[in-house]
Design a protein around this ligand. Sequence first.
Ligand code: SF4
Ligand code: SF4
Ligand code: SF4
Length: 204
Amino acid sequence: MRVSRRKALSSVLALGAATALLAGRVRSERASPPADRIRPPGALAEAAFLGACVRCGLCVRACPYDVLRLADLGEPVQAGTPYFVARDHACRMCDDIPCVPACPTGALDRSLVDVRKARMGVADLSDSRRCLSYTGAAYCHSCFQACPLKGEAIRMQQGRTDAGGLIRPVVDPDRCTGCGLCEQACLLEGDAAITVRAAHAVGA
Ligand code: SF4
Ligand code: SF4
Ligand code: SF4
């Protein structure tokens, strides 16, 4: 009888520890959303954004391109908060940025009136060893062509790369808005060679 009570007690403790671990994991995932979950233009810094956003979905409804979505329960972003994944649906950088004035709380900052000044994230040639231009496999400009700020946020730099290519895309992090159109346009199968890290992940 004493043994089975001890067993029962240790089972309860083990269950409690597992629950605490799981809760900790969920909390930490919510505290740092993955770098590929990008907030809409004008989003406040992540902690302030989470405090101000009331999960109403009005920004999502205002987006004419269905770029934004609200996180469901269990997703690695707080449930009900808006985000997009560039590889699937990049932000089109609308001139009138309709998602921003749709936000009733200022979680998306209304002082952003020039979409070129949005800082949703920063693109980077994160997997250069798969980039067709960088490796010389093809003369590819797809990411460059897709950029609304081509020649400013991204340029094709000539010069031999260490992988044998003759040209490569180079991003200016001070001009890049993080719209993700380059990532979406990358010709590679699966993951792109150029990817956007969300502002919350780069501390922008
Ligand atoms: S700027 Fe346009 S495309 Fe981008 S999230 Fe806002 S409404 Fe959607
Ligand atoms: S994310 Fe890509 S497409 Fe968008 S501004 Fe930056 S370099 Fe250009
Ligand atoms: S679209 Fe992709 S493969 Fe082509 S140059 Fe850009 S990063 Fe490289």
